[in-house]
Design a protein around this ligand. Structure first.
Ligand SMILES: [Cu+2]
Length: 126
């Protein structure tokens, strides 16, 4: 292998590495930073998404999902039974749950899961 081939190799290795680093750094695009939230945290059910979709809270915090429009959605636990599947269909209809246990609780909307209407609640002690 001549000199220019090996320096090209090094360049592409560096590029691949920085791409990997960038990807991992931006992996949780809307991952919340900063301390976990407390009190009551509101999540809007938009037409095809939960806003915000990723929420970090302390134990004892209540999450209040609010339907933004009169579109039917579900708030369905994904692989856990922290709460019972809820259905909202009217504008301003609310579903609330207070989290006591630490953990990560993913959930999704059944009608809109295919278009990415998913979310997760992370509960962490401070
Ligand atoms: Cu939905």
């Amino acid at each position: 292998m001549n000199r220019s081939t090996s320096s090209r190799l090094v360049v592409s290795l560096v590029l691949a590495l920085s791409a990997a680093l960038l990807t991992s750094a931006c992996g949780g695009n809307d991952s919340p930073t900063g301390p976990p939230q407390t009190g009551t945290v509101e999540i809007q059910l938009q037409a095809q998404s939960f806003e915000p979709g990723d929420v970090l809270i302390e134990p004892g915090t209540t999450v209040r999902w609010v339907n933004a429009q009169s579109i039917q959605h579900t708030i369905t636990p994904d692989g856990h039974d922290e709460w019972e599947r809820a259905v909202v269909s009217e504008a301003d209809q609310v579903f609330e749950h207070t989290f006591h246990d630490e953990g990560t609780f993913p959930y999704f909307c059944e009608p809109h899961q295919a278009v990415g209407m998913t979310g997760r609640i992370r509960v962490e002690g401070s």
